[in-house]
Design a protein around this ligand. Structure first.
Ligand SMILES: O=c1ccn([C@H]2C[C@H](O)[C@@H](COP(=O)(O)OP(=O)(O)OP(=O)(O)O)O2)c(=O)[nH]1
Ligand SMILES: [Mg+2]
Length: 171
């Protein structure tokens, strides 16, 4: 990380929106607000405007991350987390939220903080086609090859697997 803050130009799409801000020194994410109130029923999603647009320097991207407090308290997630803001994007940053709570609606008021923006340097790569890739310890293992993830049959199996359900049949 650079020792000095990187200047990022921003423009208020909504003239009253607060400057995106870090809650504490050392925070990775600057909070973004919604400029529109919204109420989401269980399972409902919405694209909420943040009232800001930015111009990132070349070689940077910004990532819209969810806020853990909203997720833990209200079950609110971002459908496309993390959202990617390209360096060339000059439109308003928007946040695609979904209410994953099975019972309760959630209401956002104007200027409620709904997400956080993490700005990062990103590499540009050239894709070089080869017939064979170099070997590695992992090789083609993936998608749970090392274990330790949730199971769906209600057992832990002594395998370090968590359980996420107990009513599945035929497993
Ligand atoms: O959460 C998000 C994600 C994206 N964007 C904006 C900035 C980004 O630069 C642009 C395009 O995003 P992305 O590439 O993820 O969407 P796409 O579906 O691939 O659209 P496009 O064809 O315009 O690239 O939309 C947001 O405002 N919020
Ligand atoms: Mg795209």
């Amino acid at each position: 990380m650079s020792p000095l803050p990187v200047d990022v130009l921003f423009r208020r799409v909504d003239p009253e929106v607060p400057v995106p801000g870090y809650a504490h020194p050392g925070d990775a994410g600057a909070d973004l607000v919604t400029t529109e109130p919204a109420e989401l029923a269980p399972g409902e999603r919405a694209v909420l405007p943040t009232g800001v647009s930015i111009a990132l320097p070349e070689g940077y991207a910004a990532f819209v991350h969810p806020r853990s407090g909203l997720a833990a308290r209200c079950g609110v997630a971002m459908v496309n987390a993390p959202g990617t803001i390209d360096a060339g994007y000059r439109g308003e940053i928007k946040v695609i939220v979904v209410n994953l709570d099975p019972r309760e609606s959630v209401r956002f008021e104007r200027f409620d903080r709904i997400a956080q923006l993490v700005v990062q340097q990103v590499e540009k790569v050239r894709f070089q086609e080869v017939a064979e890739l170099p070997g590695s310890a992992r090789a083609e293992g993936g998608f749970g090859s090392t274990g330790g993830h949730a199971a769906v049959d209600g057992t832990t199996g002594g395998n370090g697997y968590a359980s996420v359900g107990s009513d599945r049949e035929g497993r």
